[in-house]
Design a protein around this ligand. Structure first.
Ligand SMILES: [Zn+2]
Length: 105
């Protein structure tokens, strides 16, 4: 299991709420068969897809095999055409505590 946070943000004028082209793109993305998309990009599980409409940010958390394939997905799907996208490796809090405990042993 390898967790990644996919952090995105866009400008207000590029927001799908305000921009018809991006709105149409997002509706199209939302209708994709995610099982097929995940299989193609080696995403084992989507943990969550969270959006803050008025902050114009989003955070998706996925369990995936290859961050380069996540990058490819963001470009292919069009998300990266109007969002800054950061793909960040994540660990769970318990793993942080384990790591910290081992540092002083
Ligand atoms: Zn927005």
């Amino acid at each position: 299991m390898a967790l990644y946070g996919i952090y995105g943000r866009h400008e207000i004028d590029a927001c799908p709420i305000n921009n018809q082209k991006n709105r149409e793109m997002m509706v199209k993305i939302g209708k994709r068969d995610m099982k097929e998309v995940c299989s193609k990009h080696k995403i084992n599980k989507i943990i969550g897809r969270f959006h803050s409409a008025l902050e114009h940010t989003f955070l998706w958390i996925v369990d995936a095999e290859d961050p380069h394939l996540i990058q490819q997905l963001a470009m292919e799907g069009g998300v990266a055409s109007f969002n800054e996208v950061k793909i960040v490796p994540l660990i769970e809090f318990e793993n942080v505590v384990d790591m910290l405990e081992k540092m002083d042993q």
